[in-house]
Design a protein around this ligand. Structure first.
Ligand SMILES: N[C@@H](CCC(=O)N[C@@H](CS)C(=O)NCC(=O)O)C(=O)O
Length: 215
């Protein structure tokens, strides 16, 4: 398997995490987001959306972190620990994958991109400023929603971690990079601490030092 990724990309990190939890080997191809390599012809031939991550497994090319998580959890997790097989369980996990791709992406993700990288990301040209206030409102609301969900249970979809937790973890844990505090959310903080204890957990820049880009 080949993963097109970037070390500071939380969407890439979701995939790195699940590959590690499942003990899967892969070849890493770094796409330099800092020099706009994602918008140059060679990479656009791989992903016309100009985004990482992309996973290539034999003839299959997957261009979205959620699609990749579902693929890995169905293709390579024989015990189906990361994606329930019952219909209601599958739908509940999908609800949180959609939350990660919408509320989280356009909330904490976007606030982090603007505050720590100076760009709005989300496929917009670097000349765009982005709206950090809008992103912070969505980000704060996302945290409130997650706080409520995690107040009565250890994991987003019940008593065991699933790809719902993997999909939501990086950008929620990186929220302080967008100047969104986790202080008002003790249940979210406890979930982050629990997630970091999972066997095979990997860190990424910003998770331990949210100010590393602000120096
Ligand atoms: N829906 C996509 C979003 C991927 C995404 O936002 N990737 C960012 C890095 S984390 C990217 O490559 N952005 C490049 C750009 O916006 O120019 C997914 O979940 O994989």
């Amino acid at each position: 398997m080949k993963l097109y990724e970037h070390p500071e990309s939380g969407n890439s990190h979701k995939v790195r995490l699940l590959l590690s939890f499942l003990g899967l080997e892969y070849e890493s191809v770094i796409v330099d987001l800092m020099t706009d390599e994602q918008h140059q012809a060679p990479f656009l031939a791989v992903n016309p959306r100009g985004e990482v991550p992309v996973l290539v497994d034999s003839d299959l090319v997957l261009r979205d972190s959620m699609a990749i998580l579902v693929y890995l959890a169905t293709q390579y997790d024989e015990r189906r620990q990361w994606l329930p097989t019952d219909n209601a369980g599958t739908a509940s996990v999908t609800e949180w994958l959609a939350f990660a791709a919408s509320w989280i992406q356009f909330g904490v993700f976007t606030a982090r991109a603007i505050v720590s990288f100076g760009i709005p990301a989300n496929g917009l040209p670097h000349t765009f400023k982005g709206d950090v206030e809008e992103a912070r409102v969505r980000g704060t609301t996302s945290l409130t929603i997650m706080e409520k969900q995690l107040s009565g249970q250890d994991w987003l979809c019940g008593d065991r971690p699933t790809i719902a937790d993997v999909a939501c973890f990086p950008y929620i844990a990186l929220a302080p990079m967008g100047d969104i505090s986790l202080e008002p959310c003790p249940a979210v903080q406890a979930w982050i601490a629990r997630f970091k204890q999972l066997p095979g957990y990997l860190t990424m820049p910003g998770l331990e030092d949210p100010d590393y880009r602000k120096g």
